[in-house]
Design a binder for this molecule. Structure first.
Ligand code: CMC
Length: 429
C-alpha cells in the first residue's frame, strides 16, 4: 500500500508520510508542510485534524463503534464497573482482582476533602453554577497537594497513581458537597463501606435520621451512566485537558480546564438542555412533532441529537435508552418526558432532514431522564458527566506526560485583520 501522499501547490509537489492506526485509520503527516512550502493547513473546528496518537479509545462514527483499549463499550457496560473501566482507561489493561481491590481502596481512602476546603464552598453565592464551583475546587485541590501539582513532570508523574485515585474520588465528594451547600444542608461524610456510585448518592441524599439506602438499583444505574461517560477520544474537553497538559501543567489544573470546556451546551451541557427541551415540549402540549418541524426550519435544535463523529447511532445512547426505561420501571416512575423522548427519536429517525444529515441520538439524549429518575437535580447533570469523564481526562493527561517527545500544542492561524497602519494620535481620530 502507498505509504506516502503528495500535496501539489502550484507547480510543486510535496510528499508526506501516511500514518496508519491499528484500526486502519489513515492520516497524512503534514507536520513539515509549512517548513517545506510556507503553507499551513486550515481546519477550523478540527473536523479533519488528528491532534495526537492515542492508545486509549477507538471510535468508528460511521459504524457506531466505541472501544476502550480494544474492549467494546457494550461488553464493558454489561460486565464491568465504573472503577474497573477507569483502571482500564488509565492503565491500558483490565485489572486483576488484586489490582482492582488496591485501586478501589485508594479511591475510598481519598474520599474526604480537607476541612480547609470546606470554607471555599461557603465563598460561592448560592446561585453559582455547580460547574463553576467544580472547576474552581478541582484547581484549588491541587494547592493542598503541592507535591502532586508541582508542574515538574517527573515529580508529578512519580505521584501519578495517587493523584489519579484522589481525583476520581474527590471529584465525586466535591460534586456532592456543592449540592449540599447550595441546598443549605450540612455536608455528609463519605462512607468507606459503600461502593463508588452508592457513596456519592449517600453524600448527596443521606440525612442523620435517614441514611441513603439503595433499594431500587439507582446506584447500579448511576455506575453505568458514569462508565458510559468514561472516555470519548479527542472531544472538546479532552482536547482541552491535553492542550493544558502539553504546556507542562499538572493534572489538577488540566482537569479543571476540562470541566470548563465540558460546561457548554454543545458538549456536556447538552444533558441539561435535553431535559429543558423535553419539559418545554411537554408544557406546550406538543408531542414532539411541532418541535421536529421547528428543528428542520432552523428555529430550534434537537438537543441530544447529532454528533461530530457519530454518523450512526451512538452506542452509549442505545444502552442508556434501555437502562433509563428499566430504572424508571424499577422506581415505579411514569415520566411523560420519556414518552416524548421516544416519540422525538422515532420521528427524527424517520425524517428525511435527520436521515440525510445522519443525525442520531447521542449519549445526552436519554442520560438526563436517567439522572432525573435517580433524583439528581438538573443543574447537576453536567457535573455528573464530569465525574464520569474524569478517568478519560486522566488517561489522556498521562499519555502526554509520559511522552518524552510531547510538544506544546500551539496551532497556527490565518490572520484576516488589518494590514500594517500608522498610529493615529487621539486628537486626529
Ligand atoms: N438538531 C437539528 N439540526 C442539527 C442538529 C440538531 N441537534 N445537529 C446538527 N444539525 C444540522 C446542522 O444544522 C447542519 O445542517 P446544515 O447542513 O443544513 O447546515 C448539519 O446538521 C450538520 O451539523 P453541524 O453543526 O455542522 O455539526 P457539528 O459536527 O459541527 O456539531 C454537534 C455537532 C453535537 C455540536 C451538533 O450536532 C449539536 O449541536 N447537537 C445538539 C447538542 C448536543 O446534543 N450536543 C452533545 C454532543 S454528544 C456529547 C458530547 O460530546 O459532549
Amino acid at each position: 500500500m502507498e505509504n506516502t501522499g503528495t500535496i501539489r501547490l502550484g507547480d510543486e509537489n510535496f510528499e508526506f508520510p501516511i500514518i496508519e492506526g491499528t484500526e486502519g485509520e489513515k492520516a497524512l503527516d503534514t507536520r513539515t508542510l509549512r517548513s517545506k512550502s510556507g503553507c499551513i493547513t486550515f481546519d477550523e473546528g478540527y473536523g479533519n485534524t488528528g491532534s495526537c496518537l492515542s492508545k486509549i479509545t477507538f471510535i468508528d462514527g460511521e459504524k457506531g463503534i466505541l472501544r476502550h483499549r480494544g474492549y467494546p463499550i457494550e461488553q464493558l457496560a454489561e460486565n464491568s464497573t465504573f472503577l474497573e473501566a477507569s483502571f482500564l482507561a488509565i492503565y491500558g489493561e483490565l485489572p486483576s482482582e488484586a489490582e482492582l481491590t488496591k485501586f478501589r481502596t485508594e479511591v475510598q481512602t481519598h474520599a474526604s476533602i480537607h476541612t480547609g476546603m470546606h470554607h471555599h464552598f461557603e465563598g460561592f453565592p448560592s446561585d453559582a453554577h455547580p460547574m463553576a464551583i467544580l472547576s474552581a475546587m478541582l484547581n484549588s485541590l491541587g494547592a493542598y497537594y503541592p507535591e502532586m501539582s508541582s508542574n515538574d513532570r517527573e515529580q508529578d508523574l512519580a505521584h501519578f497513581d495517587e493523584t489519579a485515585a484522589l481525583l476520581i474520588s474527590k471529584v465525586r465528594t466535591i460534586a456532592a458537597m456543592t449540592y449540599r451547600q447550595k441546598q443549605g444542608l450540612p455536608y455528609v461524610f463519605p462512607d468507606h463501606n459503600r461502593r463508588y456510585a452508592e457513596n456519592f448518592l449517600h453524600m448527596m441524599f443521606s440525612e442523620p435520621y435517614n441514611l441513603y439506602s439503595d433499594t431500587s438499583g439507582a446506584a447500579a444505574a448511576l455506575d453505568l451512566f458514569l462508565l458510559l461517560h468514561a472516555d470519548h477520544e479527542q472531544n472538546c474537553s479532552t482536547s482541552t485537558v491535553r492542550m493544558v497538559a502539553s504546556g507542562g501543567a499538572n493534572l489538577f489544573a488540566s482537569v479543571s480546564a476540562g470541566v470548563c470546556a465540558l460546561w457548554g451546551p454543545s458538549h456536556g451541557g447538552a444533558n441539561m438542555a435535553v431535559i429543558k427541551m423535553l419539559e418545554d415540549i411537554h408544557a406546550s402540549g406538543d408531542d414532539g412533532s411541532r418541535f421536529i418541524q421547528d428543528a428542520k426550519e432552523g428555529k430550534a435544535k434537537l438537543m441530544g441529537f447529532g454528533h461530530r463523529v457519530y454518523k450512526n447511532y451512538d452506542p452509549r445512547a442505545k444502552i442508556l435508552g434501555i437502562s433509563s426505561e428499566a430504572v424508571l420501571e424499577g422506581l415505579g416512575i411514569d415520566d411523560p418526558l420519556l414518552d416524548i423522548a421516544k416519540h422525538l427519536e422515532k420521528a427524527a429517525l424517520e425524517d428525511e432532514y435527520f436521515v440525510q444529515r445522519k443525525l442520531y441520538p447521542n449519549v445526552d439524549f436519554y442520560s438526563g431522564i436517567l439522572l432525573k429518575a435517580i433524583g439528581i437535580p438538573v443543574e447537576m447533570f453536567t457535573v455528573m458527566f464530569a465525574i464520569g469523564r474524569m478517568p478519560g481526562w486522566i488517561a489522556n493527561w498521562k499519555e502526554i506526560a509520559e511522552n518524552p517527545k510531547s510538544r506544546i500544542h500551539r496551532p497556527r492561524q490565518i490572520y484576516t485583520g488589518s494590514t500594517i497602519r500608522d498610529y493615529v494620535q487621539m486628537d486626529e481620530r
